[in-house]
Write a protein that binds this ligand. Sequence first.
Ligand code: 16G
Length: 245
Amino acid sequence: FKPGEWLDDVTGPRYVRLRSRIEVAIRDGMLPKSAPLPAEREIASLTGLSRVTVRRAMQDLVDRGIVVQRQGSGSFVSDAPPRVEQTLSLLTSFTEDMLRRGLSSSSEWLGRGIHMASPEEVMVLALSSGESVARVERLRRADNRPMAIERASLPIDILPNPLQVETSLYAVLEAGGNRPVRALQRISAVNLTDEDADLLGVEPGAAGLRISRTSYLPNRRVVEFTRSIYRGDAYDFVAELRLAD
Ligand code: 16G
């Protein structure tokens, strides 16, 4: 960091410029995984920025999981894969989301078949009690790293044969003219159960996000009711907010 040299090549507030500069150095391998970072005070004197600006940039990097701080020994480049940033305003599928990021998606089957609908499925999918549902339950991976457990339930006239789903559920729905166009999603914090933690490859009790998605066809019919558990250490959900009218 030579003073002046880096300040003009990116735009935005000073802490954002410093943060992007460090991010680029990490991405380009100038700062390898686990490498120690200079102390805040040193970065401040190298760059001519204030300690407050440096601290803010570092805090952002820590919040994004790019840098880890260890009590007493300083800051290091994280050796964990980067967190996935997921926008909350687009109705996309896991496969599409990973493809867009250049990651390969794969799934491990936890269950796939026709079952008697549970009372919750009857209610959400507007079925009659005793009716059957199609269930598609998967552990979803990105570049082989477990990311989420997803349990989708669909009316059987929409998905008569769950074995049709080989890679993408939404691709099968799209092919049948049933791609959802709107969804409601609820996100809540959970501590992972032993079983879910084991599937996701994290410590039991680690933080997770429970997401339930109810998706609709243009005619307002519910097409999908999915309950998922996402890894808390792998995801950031991001939404753009606008001033209320
Ligand atoms: C997303 C959806 C899920 C949907 C799946 C289809 C959430 C939070 N997200 O992961 O509801 O079933 O995409 O993905 O529930 P696919 O088309 O790759 O199978």
